[in-house]
Design a protein around this ligand. Structure first.
Ligand SMILES: NC(=O)c1ccc[n+]([C@@H]2O[C@H](COP(=O)([O-])OP(=O)(O)OC[C@H]3O[C@@H](n4cnc5c(N)ncnc54)[C@H](O)[C@@H]3O)[C@@H](O)[C@H]2O)c1
Ligand SMILES: [Fe+2]
Length: 372
């Protein structure tokens, strides 16, 4: 059965100040953001409402401890709208604020499918990666479980997503690289998912084309610097978000979560550590990757599908360095432990693989990732 959900409504805006004006942001609103993302956009003005700065509650990507500290900080306040201005970290945390007061992160993850929604949610991405502004998913590290877990429930869709490309002008190159590779992987994994359909593939194909053409320009310039036209990457990451929100991500994401959770590697970088070897294994297991290979064949102007993989991964290597697992101190025993964690915690993602992967096969993939 085909299914394709398009949520929330999407708009764009020229600047953050004009967003504040047009959306009448004021006392009943709470902005969740980073000070260093917000302040360069204010031209010396004050923010029009209360702000909660994520970096004051913990480092890196969302964890249960960070989320609990942030939820506690606004206990008892009567905000009507939550406005997230940030990358996937800020957006994923902000989604958990729609349930109102008095809940812990663990309770939200346990009961999220039945909890009533109490606040409106507006999401404004400042990276070009997660597409979280158009997904009903929030991902957090659970410290005691040594991994990241995703919660996917309808209440986590925003009411509105607003794209403001000028917010990406302060993005460090490394975050551009890790987040745009994440977006590419969303488009690629959803393209070969058993849930893919004509609508998810239309979004996925456009995202792959926009990102790879942008990467080709960066590779030609031989400089690792932000591209001039960041709005292309923002459009692509939102399109990839719509694609994977419907057709799902799969083993690349599943295998990256124990790495991200345990070693605190940024999400896109952890994905990139396992991307090539997961797809190498898919090919060995004769998964049907032909729809994706056709897209890549056109982009790289090649004659046969078999030729696409070498130029594809060598282009990505221009954008981001692949970190071998060995450099994190991972040995074969750790590979076995992480494979068991994937089987135990990531079934939501593994069901979208184009071919089934056993625990032993996942361990073999990790072992191959020990060296780059
Ligand atoms: N919910 C979903 O659908 C979904 C999908 C994929 C990934 N994720 C999650 O998203 C998180 C990663 O998000 P991300 O890749 O967007 O990175 P991020 O939000 O962690 O940001 C990386 C760093 O860049 C900074 N930053 C962000 N925008 C900036 C800007 N414009 N200028 C200057 N600095 C800026 C952040 O403060 C942070 O220090 C992970 O936790 C991942 O699991 C969620
Ligand atoms: Fe991702």
């Amino acid at each position: 059965m085909m299914s394709f959900i398009v949520k929330p409504s999407l708009s764009d805006c020229e600047s953050l100040l004009s967003f504040f004006d047009q959306w009448k942001v004021g006392a009943r609103d709470l902005i969740i953001t980073n000070r260093y993302v917000l302040e360069p956009q204010l031209n010396g003005q004050d923010a029009p409402c209360d702000c909660l700065y994520q970096e004051e509650y913990g480092k890196g990507e969302p964890s249960d401890e960070m989320i609990d500290a942030m939820l506690s900080a606004i206990r008892g306040k009567q905000y009507e709208r939550i406005i997230a201005i940030g990358g996937g970290t800020v957006i994923d945390i902000s989604k958990l604020f729609v349930f109102g007061d008095g809940l812990s992160c663990e309770e939200i993850f346990e009961k999220g499918d039945v909890l009533p929604r109490k606040r409106r949610l507006i999401l404004i991405p400042t990276t070009c990666g997660t597409g979280s502004e158009v997904t009903g998913i929030s991902i957090a590290e659970f410290k005691k479980r040594h991994t990241k877990i995703g919660l996917a429930v309808p209440a986590l869709y925003a009411d509105e997503a607003v794209l403001i490309p000028s917010l990406l002008s302060t993005l460090p190159y490394e975050v551009f690289a890790t987040s745009s590779i994440d977006a590419l992987i969303h488009a690629v994994e959803s393209y070969v998912s058993p849930k893919a359909n004509a609508f998810t593939r239309a979004m996925g194909r456009s995202a792959i084309e926009l990102i790879l053409k942008g990467y080709q320009e960066i590779a030609m310039s031989q400089k690792q610097q932000l591209p001039q036209n960041m709005s292309v990457f923002l459009t692509a990451s939102t399109m990839a978000g719509i694609a994977f929100s419907n057709a799902g991500c799969a083993a690349v994401h599943a295998l990256s979560y124990p790495i991200g959770g345990e070693y605190h590697i940024p999400h896109g970088k952890a994905n990139y550590m396992v991307f090539a070897k997961v797809f190498e294994k898919y090919r060995e297991l004769k998964a049907d990757l032909s729809p994706l290979e056709d897209v890549l064949k056109d982009i790289f102007q090649l004659r046969s599908r078999q030729e696409v993989w070498v130029p594809f991964f060598s282009l990505l290597d221009h954008i981001l360095t692949r970190l071998p697992l060995e450099e994190l101190g991972v040995d074969e025993a750790k590979c076995a432990e992480m494979a068991a964690s994937v089987i135990q915690n990531q079934q939501r993602l593994l069901q979208n693989n184009p071919v089934e992967l056993s625990e032993e096969t996942i361990k073999q993939i990790y072992i191959r990732c020990m060296q780059s």
